[in-house]
Design a binder for this molecule. Structure first.
Ligand SMILES: Cc1ncc(C[n+]2csc(CCOP(=O)(O)OP(=O)(O)O)c2C)c(N)n1
Ligand SMILES: [Mg+2]
Length: 653
């Protein structure tokens, strides 16, 4: 019999998690920076007691706890904070999240979906009702009439890349080992859930001591099959107008330099998805910026006529492909370099399953001697000059635009421009939902590979503030600017209190435009007349939400949470506020800059489309007109079904 140590399931979980490491390229780091939590009766005596005991032992020994605990304010938010941390650390490190039974746990579902969709690791420990059922139904228990073993935590199953429920202590080691493997597998990673019933957490067991050995999880860089690289190179050599689409995988793999080398050797231009933005720095000759529905006119013009499209680490979301209208050349073929076979197989592309950096390095070697012609290079340069001038005009709008603004209002482009110009190149901009992500995608000038953090896989309102804590914790040497709309702010300002408590310096730029500018514009485009998107009183005369603007004071709201607030009403004020915020010390806690914008001044058009279905029949003329426009756009959608092959006996002739 091997040596054992007697601990509860919760104590064993905490002691195990405190000793996990990840390693890639020979660099080792703690897999978990800590544990966020909110306690209730489901975890206070289990995981809560274990974390206390863990912290006490460390402090008594004069060391730091291996798994420090941080109190969050909302369970959804603490998952966002963890996921943002993981993204900023290239998926090599994340956090654990513990929540109580019932609502505490189900509050984490949105965060779980966001993590899985964005392929970002987080370990969730929802608490469950009694495994013994001794006291059933306990407070907050679902009670399913047709099945005795269903709990609310089953809702995590479709959202998790690995799910387990530990109903006996003996199951814990296998659950934890499987969870670690999935978290550190770059192709499988996402939300990983280990549900712990409240009684099981507190149960004692004799654990083999080797369970608590330090353990290092290697994060693999699988190379591509050489034959696939040869085929991909052959396809690209046949191209006259090749184009790279860079996704988040470029960043997670640290493949930026390898991508730059490929582009410089071949002259192939790059368009970027939201997660891939910053794959090349702003100003690089092959950098065409954002692509797709929120893309630049430069990248989208090249996409329209591209003959071979090389997707690297992209999920090919409909925003990236402009709902399959971006690539209009009849003969467009795809090469998909992706660590996940699932993504590499999309658009019937040539599937190259590999780590992005490894594959790019091999591909550059295989393309030796190949380059696009001078005409194509000159076209790229011209398109970019034209787009960059439009972006510059959005940063510094002409007098005819600014003079028409109501007193105290700025354009959103001005806000983006001021933050971009006054932040350090290494600072990080954060956003997730509203009109701001699209505008940032088009306009933000990225100067550092980690400088752009827009969550657009789930585009979850409320991500911005909690994410800012995660990004700052991941790298306290950078200032973070969370750009959040009034709608997004109202959904989740909660973690500002956590930032006050922990002295975490985050700069929140709150853009007040009294409602949903983004969905309002979309609604208008689709013939729905901005219905239900304004934060206005219901007008007793019309019976509609088109009365006066609500007397909502979000600056006062933030102040009431202990946040330092700076309210601005001019460009000058805004510049001063950004400088002041930057000068504040590193432990200043949260600073919120409150700015009001005119939602009717738009960012430059992307000359692109996004598929949102319009009613096929309607009484309203506005909807019928929108439906006609919809049909015209839909006409341009491509199926991307033709096999991509270099074998002349297959594919389209
Ligand atoms: C949690 C969540 N609910 C709903 C949506 C749909 N949605 C996308 S943007 C948006 C409005 C955002 O408003 P605001 O934050 O004020 O930004 P603005 O559009 O005004 O720029 C809504 C409701 C979403 N993305 N996330
Ligand atoms: Mg708004």
């Amino acid at each position: 019999m091997s040596e054992t140590v007697r601990m509860t399931v919760a104590q064993a979980t905490v002691e195990f998690l405190a000793r996990q490491w990840s390693e890639r390229d020979g660099e080792r780091q703690k897999l978990f920076a800590g544990c966020f939590g909110i306690f209730g009766h489901g975890n206070v005596a289990g995981i809560g007691q274990a974390l206390l005991q863990h912290e006490t032992a460390a402090l008594d020994a004069g060391t730091e706890p291996g798994l420090p605990y941080v109190l969050a304010r909302n369970e959804q938010a603490m998952v966002h904070t963890s996921v943002a941390y993981a993204r900023q650390r290239d998926r090599l490190q994340t956090w654990v999240c513990t929540a109580s039974v019932g609502p505490g746990s189900t509050n984490m579902l949105t965060g779980a979906a966001l993590a899985t969709i964005n392929r970002l690791p987080v370990l969730l420990l929802p608490s469950g009702t009694f495994a013994t059922r001794r006291s059933a139904p306990v407070l907050q228990e679902l009670e399913t009439a047709y099945a005795g073993d269903v709990t609310v935590n089953d809702a995590f199953r479709p959202l998790s890349r690995f799910f387990d429920r530990v109903t006996r202590a003996e199951q814990l080691p296998s659950a934890l080992l499987a969870a670690m493997r999935v978290l550190t597998d770059p192709a499988e990673t996402g939300a990983v859930t280990v549900a712990l019933p409240q009684d099981v957490q507190a149960e004692a067991h004799d654990w083999p001591v080797e369970l608590f050995a330090d353990r290092t999880w290697h994060v693999a860089r699988p190379p591509a099959e050489p034959a696939r690289i040869t085929e991909a190179a052959e396809l690209i050599r046949s191209a006259r107008r090749p184009l790279v689409v860079a996704g988040g995988g470029v960043h997670y793999s640290g493949a930026e330099a390898a991508l730059q080398a490929l582009c410089e050797a071949t002259g192939i231009p790059v368009g970027e998805s939201q997660a891939g933005k910053g794959s090349l720095p702003h100003g690089h000759p092959q950098e065409m910026g954002a692509i797709g529905s929120t893309g630049t006119t430069a990248a989208n013009a090249l996409a329209r006529e591209a003959d071979v499209v090389i997707g690297i680490g992209t999920r090919w979301s409909d925003f990236t492909t402009a709902s399959r209208t971006a690539f209009q050349a009849g003969e467009a073929r795809f090469v998909n370099i992706n660590i996940a076979g699932f993504d590499a197989g999309k658009h019937a592309g040539l599937s190259v399953v590999a780590d992005a950096r490894e594959a790019l390095t091999a591909l550059t070697a295989a393309l030796d001697g190949y380059a696009v012609d001078d005409g194509y290079r000159a076209e790229q340069a011209g398109l970019w000059r034209d787009w960059d001038a439009r972006a510059e005009a959005a940063y510094h709008p002409p007098a005819e635009v600014t003079d028409a603004l109501a007193d105290g209002l700025l354009t959103q482009g001005t806000v983006i421009g001021c933050v971009n110009e006054l932040s350090d190149p290494r600072d990080v901009v954060i956003c997730a939902a509203g009109s701001m992500p699209g505008d940032l995608h088009k306009l933000w000038r990225v100067r550092d590979r980690r400088g752009y953090h827009v969550e657009y896989g789930y585009s979850c309102m409320g991500y911005e503030v909690p994410a800012s804590l995660g990004v700052r914790l991941a790298d306290p040497t950078r200032d973070v600017f969370a750009m959040v709309g009034d709608g997004g702010y109202l959904m989740m300002p909660t973690e500002l209190v956590t930032a006050v408590q922990e002295g975490i310096k985050v700069i929140v730029v709150l853009v007040q435009n009294h409602g949903f500018h983004s969905i309002g514009s979309l609604s208008e485009e689709l013939g729905s007349q901005r219905f239900g998107t304004k934060y206005r009183y219901r007008d007793p005369g019309t019976g509609r939400l088109d009365g006066d603007v609500l007397p909502v004071d979000l600056a006062a709201n933030a102040r009431s949470l202990g946040v330092r607030v700076i309210e601005v009403t001019s460009r000058n004020d805004l510049e001063k506020a950004i400088r002041q915020a930057k000068e504040a010390p590193g432990d200043a806690g949260p600073i919120l800059i409150h700015v009001q914008t005119d939602p009717l001044v738009h960012a430059p058009d992307s000359e692109s489309w996004w598929d949102v279905p319009v009613s096929q029949v309607a009484d309203l003329e506005s909807t019928r007109e929108a439906y006609d426009r919809y049909l015209a756009h839909q006409h341009g959608q491509k199926a991307f079904l033709a096999p991509t092959t270099t074998n002349p006996s297959e594919g389209v002739s």
